[in-house]
Write a protein that binds this ligand. Structure first.
Ligand code: C2E
Ligand code: MG
Ligand code: MG
Length: 723
């Protein structure tokens, strides 16, 4: 701002001595400004600024010397001592710019600078340097000095081109600097051209020189001057750059069309044309190499899993295809983690991701370097043994499961994880997808059977396709309303009075007749139909129970229980479903019980959360098949339970004194101790019923009291004699 004011002041001063003195003061002030900037901002490349300051300083000295000639000695000598000062400014500026460029480390930008510099240098040569050099009126010294100026300018021009073509957005300071040099250059060249072709007034040029001083000073004072060269220099061929390079390299041939350009200058033009051509060639080959490098990088990225940086599915399929040759015995192993979803749900995705990263690393270390480990997506990994010898497979499986079973630390969490592994032998096959499909089916079977590893065999295929078939039939059956609800009484001991019923679903199959739930519930659970089927069962059971209450009043069962599978409990919206079924049917919440197995809630997570919410509604929770799971007693601490249903297996041998009787005894003790309602399941004989009563059981369920039937109220309305 001060600079602009000073400049305006300079313009208002009368021409001659006062103006010249002001001119010198502004020049010196800008030298001082640069030095001050270096002191204040302490830039990383102080030397560069000092060189600029020195260059400008000797320039002003040159002016002073000249003015001494002009005003004191009253002469206008050429050449003079002043020229020595002026000329010595060039090397200083050049060194300064070189320092700047070196700090910016220009790569392919250097070639671009050479292209621009060569073209502009040629123009300078044709119109300025050459005419001065051949000026026959002048002495040798005059000619030498006359050429030295534009030659210096050409050097600056070349370096400046480097500054502007390095493809980076500089800091405000370096942009100001660039403009400063550019102005200096432009006015210097114009001065040379003007004094060569006319004797025009140079006031405008003086202003331009002053402006360039101002820009230097501003550049040095701007806070960004101490910033390091930011951004990476990229030799990217942007559109702008392409246009710039094309235009400048067209200068040389373009000059040929000018009538003033005579034969003597054609050599210079031709030489430059060749240089430019070579430079462009080098530049293009650089660009091509870069494009090739980038496309390789891209291809690599497309074949890699982002999270774990293992190979991804695409890459894995490619590799499998590559080893499916007659001479090799490739094996594919698919690993699917158990319980990963719960980790993700309970501890968050960051922990889940951390777990996957650790596992990926472990798997990679667990296999031979020849084997390829890939992440197929989600929590599924794959291993390719390109050429397995007999006996290799069990060893690999052992190593993989071993490494998985060690606890994994993620942040503050200590996680235990297991996996189901399916493997397939690719020998003799030619389709990678078939090998993967077989490994997948084997993995699925391992999961279903709860074993660590299964190898593919054709029998698995049949079972899988039978299951797929059944799954589709179930869907159709639900639409065709082929499902029926049966109810089994839960009675008091010793009276055998029905106080509750358990809802048990049946499939009224058009050909096969009545199909039991064990034959279709697991399939429905796996294909997801259980969610819809379960919703229908829950609603229907609530409506039925409400109808009995309306019809039979006090004689109706106090409670109806409905089984819910793990998949249902884990489903978002299950709690809403229960709430809605109660509201729609008008059944009080206390008249409903939800039966869950230990395994459904063992993993915690959303299923457990759902149970708490359902219980908060007033619905009872029954733990089904109690005693058969692996954590029965532990679960009683975390799971909200009202009713224990002691599994049939403990009741079966209760009369033959042995371990089962002991367990049945402890289970009723536990139930009573915790204030829970305990029900004995699967009571088939009167002896069992008596023994249970003796042990303290007061509720029982089983064929002895009544099988599951469509209408358990019938036994109430049957004539007394028929009982
Ligand atoms: P659960 O919940 O433990 O049901 C008791 C099973 O034992 C029933 O088999 C019942 O008929 C049978 N049972 C009862 N008393 C006796 C007896 O004295 N002797 C013998 N041998 N069996 C007896 P069912 O109806 O075949 O159901 C089997 C399992 O299917 C049920 O076990 C339950 O886990 C599941 N299930 C049944 N209905 C549904 C349902 O609506 N939804 C869901 N998610 N699962 C259901
Ligand atoms: Mg049950
Ligand atoms: Mg049961």
């Amino acid at each position: 701002m001060a600079g602009v004011l000073a400049l305006a002041g300079w313009r208002l001063l009368p021409e001659g001595l006062p103006q010249d003195i002001a001119y010198n003061v502004i020049g010196l002030a800008s030298v001082a400004a640069i030095l001050a900037g270096v002191r204040i901002h302490r830039p990383p490349r102080a030397a560069m600024w000092l060189w600029f300051a020195a260059g400008q300083f000797v320039w002003v000295i040159g002016d002073l010397v000249y003015e001494f000639y002009e005003y004191v000695l009253q002469q206008e000598p050429y050449p003079s001592i002043a020229d020595a000062f002026y000329l010595s400014a060039y090397p200083m500026m050049v060194v300064g710019l070189l320092t700047l460029l070196r700090a910016r480390r220009i790569g392919s930008g250097f070639i671009d600078a050479a292209i621009v510099g060569t073209s502009l240098g040629l123009v300078l040569w044709i119109f300025v340097i050459q005419p001065i050099a051949v000026d026959s009126d002048a002495s040798l010294l005059e000619r030498l000095i006359g050429v030295a100026y534009p030659a210096g300018d050409a050097m600056l021009l070349f370096l400046l081109a480097g500054l502007f073509t390095d493809g980076r957005k500089g800091s405000p300071s370096s942009r100001l600097l660039g403009v400063g040099v550019l102005l200096l250059l432009a006015s210097d060249i114009s001065f040379a051209v003007l004094s060569l072709y006319s004797d025009g007034n140079s006031a405008v040029l003086d202003a331009a020189f002053l402006f360039s001083y101002l820009f230097w000073a501003a550049a040095a004072l701007h806070p960004s001057m101490s910033a390091r060269g930011e951004g990476r220099p990229e030799g990217r061929m942007t559109r702008r750059r392409l246009v710039l390079l094309a235009c400048t390299s067209l200068f040389a041939p373009g000059l040929l069309f000018l009538p003033t350009v005579d034969a003597s200058r054609r050599y210079a033009i031709g030489a430059c044309g060749i240089v430019l051509f070579l430079l462009v060639l080098v530049r293009l080959s650089g660009s091509v190499a870069m494009v090739q490098r980038q496309s390789l990088q891209l291809a690599d990225l497309a074949m890699r899993d982002d999270l774990t940086s293992l190979a991804n599915r695409r890459r894995f399929e490619q590799e499998v295809r590559a080893v499916l040759v007659p001479t090799k015995r490739p094996h594919v192993l698919l690993l699917d983690l158990n319980g990963f979803k719960e980790v993700n749900d309970d501890l968050g995705h960051a922990v889940g991701d951390g777990l996957l990263i650790v596992l990926a690393e472990r798997l990679r270390n667990a296999v031979h370097p020849d084997s390829l480990v890939a992440r197929m997506g989600g929590d599924e990994f794959a291993v390719l043994l390109p050429n397995a010898r007999p006996g290799d497979l069990p060893v690999v499986v052992e190593r993989l499961t071993g490494t998985l079973h060690e606890a994994i630390r993620v942040g503050e969490h200590e996680l235990l994880i297991s996996a189901s592994i399916g493997s397939a032998d690719g020998t003799g096959l030619d389709d990678p997808f078939e090998v993967l499909r077989r490994a997948d089916i084997a993995m699925y079977a391992a999961k279903k059977q709860g074993v660590r590893h299964r190898e593919y065999d054709p029998g698995l295929d049949e079972r899988a396709s039978a299951e797929a078939q059944l799954g589709a039939e179930l869907r159709a059956a639900l639409d065709a309303q082929q499902f029926r609800l049966f109810f089994q009484p839960i009675v008091t001991l010793p009276e055998g009075r029905m106080v509750a019923v358990e809802t048990l679903v049946r499939w009224q199959h058009p050909e096969r007749g009545l199909v039991g739930p064990v034959d279709f519930i697991p399939v429905a659970e796996r294909n997801g139909l259980i969610v819809e089927l379960g919703a229908w069962i829950l609603r229907s059971a609530c409506f039925q129970a409400a109808a009995w209450r309306d019809e039979y009043g006090d004689r109706a069962p106090e409670r109806v229980s409905v089984n819910a599978s793990a998949r249902q409990l884990g489903q978002q919206g299950f709690v809403d479903l229960v709430r809605e079924a109660l509201a729609a049917s008008g059944l009080p919440a206390s008249a409903l019980a939800i039966e869950v197995t230990e395994t459904a809630v063992f993993e915690g997570g959303r299923a457990l959360e759902a149970l708490h919410q359902i219980r908060a509604l007033g619905v009872r929770i029954a733990l089904d098949d109690f005693g058969t799971g692996h954590s029965s007693l532990g679960l009683l601490q975390s799971v909200p339970v009202d009713i224990l249903k002691v599994d049939k297996s403990f009741i079966d041998n209760i009369t033959a004194s042995g371990r089962h009787a002991v367990i049945a005894t402890s289970l009723i003790d536990i139930g009573n101790g915790l204030g829970l309602t305990t029900v004995a399941e699967g009571v088939e004989t009167a002896e069992q019923a008596d023994e249970l009563y003796r042990l303290g059981y007061r509720l029982a369920q089983g064929y002895h009291f009544g099988r599951p039937v469509p209408d358990p109220m019938m036994r109430l309305t049957l004539p007394i004699t028929a009982r």
